[in-house]
Design a protein around this ligand. Structure first.
Ligand SMILES: Cc1cc2nc3c(=O)[nH]c(=O)nc-3n(C[C@H](O)[C@H](O)[C@H](O)COP(=O)(O)O)c2cc1C
Length: 357
């Protein structure tokens, strides 16, 4: 029988499990961070992973070799979708074939990234300004994914899209049909417009209407309803449940909430690790736990990605790991100067010796 993770997700939804997903985040959710999440959150969650985005144009150019590092497939993360962006249909189709061959469980089209360099290529958020082109791309992608599925008798390969509520203003009723008409298996919405970037709070106040629109539109037009993930500002497993209840979506996609907390998707562990008070035994234990994971993460990054990515990318993680306890600011400042694992270990071990023992 065909291994179909979409059906498995639907079973979980039926049973009332709040689904969680790790959001795609460029230069953050790399193979190393995902490996940390597998170690510290699984089997509780996430129910599905996304890779960081990868340029489909790049994958079809001479620069392909380096980009392939962003498409390392690890079965332990499965189900995992590879996210691609481009506005060139042919490149997208080639990238889909590649992603399938690499073993990913599906492909996700990025139709929401506001980065200028991405938008210049008419990709990411810019696609919202070109609905005709977007429709062509979504339709062709869906068709190719269907062909792949027809041939493959062993596993399901899914088609997914991630987007925002609109470009300059909230106009999902006008924009979403360009995607929903082609029946994505998964549809993820970052609850902001392109113009809002991440500068305002995500629009949870209209989340129920957004989900209601998607469901009614699909039903009314005899279209398959996708699994719906909503996304934006969700910072704890409790909020995951609250937001699903509020919106009636199927799952929540977590981005920044998982920074510095690779155990985010393990609700019990998350709760246990909240207290970070240097004056209490439990608080000290939790800070120690964080710092040991920070070192482990750094060591793994150095081992696997040092030849491909700048060590400075780890600094984003340090800002998140080292936060909210006495002495965190000083420790962070020291870590910003570190150039490799050896220096990070020395700085962290000193802090542990002087403040936690
Ligand atoms: C550093 C960073 C990189 C991101 N890269 C991507 C990306 O590659 N693809 C994408 O669809 N969204 C990307 N996003 C957006 C997130 O997936 C998510 O939609 C956004 O951060 C809101 O969710 P959050 O509040 O849970 O972080 C990125 C966000 C951040 C902060």
């Amino acid at each position: 029988m065909k291994n179909d993770f979409i059906q498995e997700l639907k079973e979980k939804i039926k049973k009332g499990k709040p689904l969680t997903a790790l959001a795609p985040m460029a230069d953050v959710t790399d193979e190393v961070f995902r490996e940390m999440i597998v170690k510290y959150s699984k089997p509780s969650g996430p129910d599905i992973f996304w890779t960081e985005f990868v340029s489909a144009d790049g994958l079809n150019s001479v620069g392909k070799k380096n980009l392939m590092r962003d498409l390392v497939f690890n079965k332990k993360e499965s189900p995992i979708l590879a996210q691609i962006f481009s506005s060139k249909k042919e490149n997208i189709l080639e990238a889909i074939k590649l992603v399938y061959k690499l073993g990913f469980n599906g492909v996700d089209l990025n139709m929401g990234c506001p980065d200028r360099s991405v938008e210049k290529q008419l990709s990411g958020s810019a696609m919202m300004k070109y609905p005709k082109l977007s429709r062509e791309i979504v339709e062709a992608s869906r068709k190719l994914v269907d062909e792949i599925n027809k041939k493959d008798k062993t596993r399901h390969f899914s088609f997914s899209v991630k987007t925002r509520l609109g470009y300059n203003k909230i106009e999902y009723e006008k924009w979403f049909p360009n995607i929903l008409d082609f029946e994505p298996d998964i549809f993820s919405v970052h609850l902001r417009t392109r113009k809002e970037l991440s500068l305002v709070e995500a629009h949870w106040e209209i989340s129920f209407e957004v989900v209601d629109f998607i469901k009614k539109y699909c039903k009314g037009n005899d279209l398959k309803t996708p699994i719906i993930f909503l996304n934006g500002d969700v910072k704890s497993p409790i909020q995951v449940k609250e937001k699903i209840k509020l919106s009636t979506c199927d799952g929540i996609m977590i981005g920044r909430g998982a920074f510095g907390t690779p155990w985010f998707f393990n609700e019990k562990e998350f709760k246990k690790r909240e207290e970070q008070n240097l004056d209490s035994k439990k608080g000290k234990e939790n800070i120690l736990y964080r710092l040991e994971i920070l070192k482990e993460h750094t060591k793994l990054f150095e081992k696997k990605l040092n030849n491909f990515k700048s060590f400075n990318l780890m600094k984003k993680h340090y800002k998140a790991y080292v936060n909210g306890f006495d002495g965190a600011k000083e420790l962070r400042v020291d870590l910003m100067e570190a150039k490799d694992y050896k220096e990070v270990k020395k700085i962290v071990d000193n802090f542990i010796k002087n403040r936690l023992k």
